[in-house]
Design a protein around this ligand. Structure first.
Ligand code: S6P
Ligand code: ZN
Length: 191
């Protein structure tokens, strides 16, 4: 295993900013092609309001190998693409039997999980929520509130990220705003 010296970072519970983070990933609307059910609405939003930042991830870079514990903080901005809340791309872990834990910091959101057999559930998250992503479940998070939604995550170093399966197939259910509230509904595009 690659040796790493002990170190500490600082997580701002009010904003979700984690520093120092050697890498900050930014996902704008233009990075989210075919992620939302209403792809036409995504393109229209870019034309009308610009290439808005959807979320950023403060990554503490560590060896992605067995034994290490990777961790980061994600901040999702408020907004919607059509009826669907701003959310992360979502992924399975390449090693499907690797779990993850999320800690809600600020704002309101949902953790959306899908199992291999197509079962989808969503868990509301807020400050102090500790949510468990079990092995074999794909996961993404959505901001259902009016301000930023931030959470901290930790997962095994050798988990890996499989985005392709979700890009190709999507989740069987999507989280939309219906009558002003989050509702998990069938994905009309499910292929
Ligand atoms: C990593 C963990 C999270 C996400 C982050 C962004 O295993 O689940 O840190 O990477 O929330 O989501 P995504 O789907 O773009 O990686
Ligand atoms: Zn993950």
């Amino acid at each position: 295993m690659t040796a790493v010296e002990p170190f500490a970072s600082r997580l701002d519970f009010g904003t979700g900013i984690l520093r120092p983070s050697s890498l900050v990933l930014r996902r704008n609307l233009s990075d989210m092609a075919n992620v939302y059910a209403e792809e036409v609405a995504r393109r229209k939003l870019i034309e009308e309001t610009g290439d808005t930042l959807v979320y950023q991830v403060y990554v503490v870079e560590l060896p992605e190998t067995e034994g290490h514990l990777l961790h980061c903080a994600t901040v999702i901005h408020p907004g919607r693409v059509g009826h669907e809340y701003f959310m992360t791309k979502g992924h399975f872990h390449v090693k499907r039997d690797r779990a993850e834990v999320y800690l809600g910091l600020v704002g309101e959101g949902h953790l959306i999980l899908q199992r291999d057999d197509g079962t989808v559930i969503s868990l509301p998250m807020g400050p102090g929520t500790v949510a468990y992503v079990p092995p074999y479940w794909a996961h993404r998070t959505a901001n259902t509130g009016a301000g930023p939604f931030a959470f901290f995550a930790a997962w095994p170093g050798d988990a890996g990220h499989d985005y392709e399966t979700i890009e190709e197939k999507g989740f069987a259910k999507i989280l939309v705003c219906r009558d002003g509230r989050p509702a998990l509904v069938e994905n009309p595009n499910i292929r």
